[in-house]
Write a protein that binds this ligand. Structure first.
Ligand code: C5P
Length: 221
């Protein structure tokens, strides 16, 4: 069990994906779960103030993910959600619904059920602190806001979304603040997490660091 937590744009999704595929382990992209709750909420016309209805919706959400982490295979109620999963509208709503205790409680067990042999790589904000507190290897991946905004900008551009870098910067700061200061499961490194700052590191370099940590724990890759 490996957990990778960190803020948006720290590279945790890419790293978790690569690790899961190299180890042949399962993958949990917990942010995608909150994003699907957000999509279902937007479609149902619910706002962040409708906590009870949102919690109910989260509890009975019918979702499907591929271990490859391929967004194209992500389904909500049997239908592919496609590029909408990572859109700015859905990102903003996801961070709002994720701040609600009822919503978080409704999907704890669903996340823990992803833990199956031969192993699981789980990425998110509270994987090491709340959902899998006994994970033997916990990584907290971070990077400066500037670097994260640039990465997100490139990602969204490649997907054909029209984006404004300064707005993106502000959005990221706002979302970071919300994730870090919320009462329930705030974004923070677990006491026993290894902190990696990826601002100046390539994906390959981050992976090399994690592989080294895995070797120290006798997990071969
Ligand atoms: O990681 P990603 O950007 O896809 O997550 C979407 C939103 O879901 C984040 O803004 C964060 O607020 C929330 N989230 C969370 N706990 C997690 C994963 C994501 O609160 N474990």
């Amino acid at each position: 069990m490996i957990t990778i937590d960190g803020p948006l744009g720290s590279g945790k999704g890419t790293i978790a994906n690569a690790l899961a595929s190299q180890l042949g382990w399962h993958l949990l992209d917990s942010g995608a779960l909150y994003r699907l709750v957000a999509i279902a909420a937007l479609d149902a016309g619910l706002g962040p103030g409708d906590e009870e209805a949102l919690a109910e919706l989260a509890a009975r959400l019918d979702v499907q993910f591929a271990d490859s982490g391929d967004d194209q295979e992500t389904k909500l109620n049997g239908a592919r959600v496609g590029a909408r999963l990572r859109s700015q509208e859905v990102s903003a709503m996801a961070s709002r619904v994720a701040a609600l205790a009822g919503v978080r409680a409704a999907i704890v067990k669903r996340q823990q059920d992803f833990r199956r042999p031969p192993g699981l790589v789980a990425d998110g904000r509270d994987m090491g602190t709340v959902i899998f507190p006994d994970a033997p290897l916990k990584i907290y991946l971070t990077a400066s806001v500037e670097v994260r905004a640039q990465r997100r900008y490139k990602q969204l551009k490649e997907k054909g979304e029209s984006v404004n870098l300064s707005r993106l910067f502000r959005d990221i700061e706002e979302r970071d603040k919300r994730d870090r200061t919320r009462r329930i499961a705030p974004l923070r490194p677990a006491a026993d997490a290894v902190i990696i700052d990826s601002s100046e590191l390539s994906i390959k370099e981050v992976l090399a660091k994690i592989k080294h940590l895995l070797e120290e724990k006798d997990i071969s890759i």
